[in-house]
Design a protein around this ligand. Structure first.
Ligand code: GDP
Length: 296
């Protein structure tokens, strides 16, 4: 379905071998293909523009080494630049604080927050022997609270008792108290999402943050978000200063351009990837793998 950047560029530089450096004209032709590849990979237009300019700066006048073709040279520059923007190494979830360490999960409804909470809780319990408490703050959807309870039972970690009639902030405070009293290492606050960003969602998220001061605020976003990724990441980051991003549905058809968009506008690390519906489907983020996927 997708054409790789290498394939796109292979025709462009025919007849160029033997020259020492990439000229501005060669680079412009190549950058048109780079732009197209990034847009097809769902990178936001705003981010594509900035990124292409960065690549141009590095590519014009770059020496073409004898061992590779000019096309390969451009692919290498694009790849290096992608990894530089995505982050050169994986940044793990930071739980180095006095327990119970609160991790707040934010994002739109259906992004995969609750599933992500279950996945991370499972990993922390099984790989690090952490005592984990889960709390759903979704007061509008009783089904979401039940869903978290079912996941907690599946994983074998505790969920905060559901008491009807409390506000999200009240539940969050109760969860913190319970986590402290119960000697928990980590507390997950699974916030309510909406189908789109609105003032009510942002105000509630900010209020929960102010009341609980979480150590990590993880924005959970669907990898297929596309052009909205920039707006989504910027809105949450401006309002609650996220500490990291988890991209879900990496197992889908998309190329994950949202990773580049979100990282570029917030500068916040992508920490984790959701790779399927099962609780085991959780991976650390590796910039080079995502860069390869974006370029095809
Ligand atoms: P929330 O509203 O943000 O809490 O989203 P949920 O956790 O309820 O997830 C919504 C749907 O997406 C569920 O059907 C999940 O099974 C599914 N889902 C979550 N993460 C992934 C993932 O990484 N890959 C796939 N294929 N599906 C996922």
């Amino acid at each position: 379905m997708f054409q790789s950047l290498s394939d796109r560029l292979s025709g462009i530089f025919d007849g160029l071998t033997g020259r020492g450096a990439l000229s501005e004209d060669d680079v412009n032709k190549a950058l048109r293909e780079v732009r197209r590849a990034l847009i097809e990979a769902d990178v936001s237009l705003e981010v594509v523009r900035g990124f292409v300019e960065q690549v141009r700066d590095r590519a014009v006048g770059a020496e073409v080494t004898k061992s590779i073709t000019p096309g390969q040279q451009v692919v290498k520059i694009v790849n290096d630049e992608l990894v530089a923007v995505l982050g050169t190494e994986a940044v793990p979830l930071d739980l180095k604080s006095t327990p119970p360490v609160a991790v707040m999960m934010v994002g739109l409804q259906g992004a995969g927050k609750t599933t992500a909470t279950g996945k991370i809780a499972k990993r922390l319990k099984e790989k690090q022997g952490k005592k984990v408490l889960l709390a759903s703050l979704d007061t509008r959807r009783p089904a979401a609270m039940e869903q978290l309870k079912v996941l907690g039972d599946q994983v074998g970690v505790d969920t905060l008792e559901i008491i009807k009639g409390q506000s999200a902030v009240e539940i969050a405070k109760r969860a913190q108290k319970e986590a402290k009293l119960g000697g928990y290492d980590v507390l997950f606050l699974d916030t309510a999402g909406r189908t789109h960003i609105d003032e009510e969602l942002m105000a509630e998220t900010a209020e929960i943050k102010a009341a609980t001061n979480p150590h990590e605020i993880l924005l959970v976003a669907d990898a297929l978000t596309g052009q909205d990724a920039v707006n989504l990441a910027r809105s949450f980051d401006e309002r609650v200063a996220i500490t990291g991003i988890m991209l879900t549905r990496i197992d889908g058809d998309g190329r994950g351009g949202a990773a580049l968009s979100m990282r570029a506008v917030t500068g916040k690390p992508i920490k984790l990837l959701g790779t399927g519906e099962k609780l085991e489907d959780l991976e650390d983020f590796h910039p080079s793998r995502v860069a390869d996927r974006i370029l095809g």
